[in-house]
Design a protein around this ligand. Structure first.
Ligand code: SF4
Length: 190
């Protein structure tokens, strides 16, 4: 039997990752990488990390827990703080996380990486691919471009999170997205 090719998968949260990791693991030898200094507040970060550990344990996958340089991330997105979701604010956030994932993959000798981010309908697939490829080229590796929301991927990921009792928050992760979600809720309730 031929050994599967190794891949490092940037995993943004357990609810997006459970289906995507399972799907990628059908073809590749997956190592998941949790690197998400965007997540606010600290309690939410702890919750998402704990759920990620549980998902990876359940799937029998190795999980690498990255550090969380929150201040560096904050400085990177600060110029775009007042822009809405799906703007330069998010492209900078994708870049911050994907460049570090590519760097770690290269350091570990894993020649391929990808991210679970594309399973979300709130993310720009085109930007993820462009930024992922740039990050890969910078570190001499390849980026696996796959739109995980396609072929009912998003629907399946929602079903998997329900089955596994995972938290599905109504905000992406950062403080700005939390504030935007609060405003949406307030507008719905008036
Ligand atoms: S909305 Fe999500 S992708 Fe955009 S900056 Fe915030 S955490 Fe990052």
């Amino acid at each position: 039997m031929t050994a599967k090719q190794a891949i490092l998968v940037h995993a943004c949260c357990a609810s997006c990752s459970s289906y995507v990791l399972e799907h990628i693991a059908e073809t590749f030898e997956v190592t998941a990488y949790f690197f998400n200094p965007n997540i606010h507040p600290d309690e939410e970060y702890g919750l998402r990390l704990a759920e990620m550990r549980s998902v990876c344990d359940g799937l029998g996958l190795r999980l690498i827990e990255g550090d969380s340089p929150k201040e560096l991330w904050r400085q990177a997105v600060l110029p775009y703080r007042d822009l809405p979701e799906k703007s330069e604010r998010c492209w900078t956030c994708y870049r911050f996380r994907l460049e570090e994932t590519a760097r770690i993959a290269a350091e570990l000798g894993i020649p391929l990486f990808t991210t679970t981010l594309s399973v979300s309908p709130h993310k720009s697939y085109e930007r993820i691919v462009a930024i992922g490829k740039e990050a890969a080229a910078k570190h001499g590796i390849e980026f696996l471009a796959e739109d995980f929301k396609k072929k009912d991927g998003f629907k399946i990921s929602v079903a998997r999170s329900r089955e596994r009792g995972l938290t599905r928050q109504d905000y992406c992760g950062c403080l700005m997205s939390l504030e935007e979600a609060r405003k949406r809720r307030d507008a719905e309730n008036t």
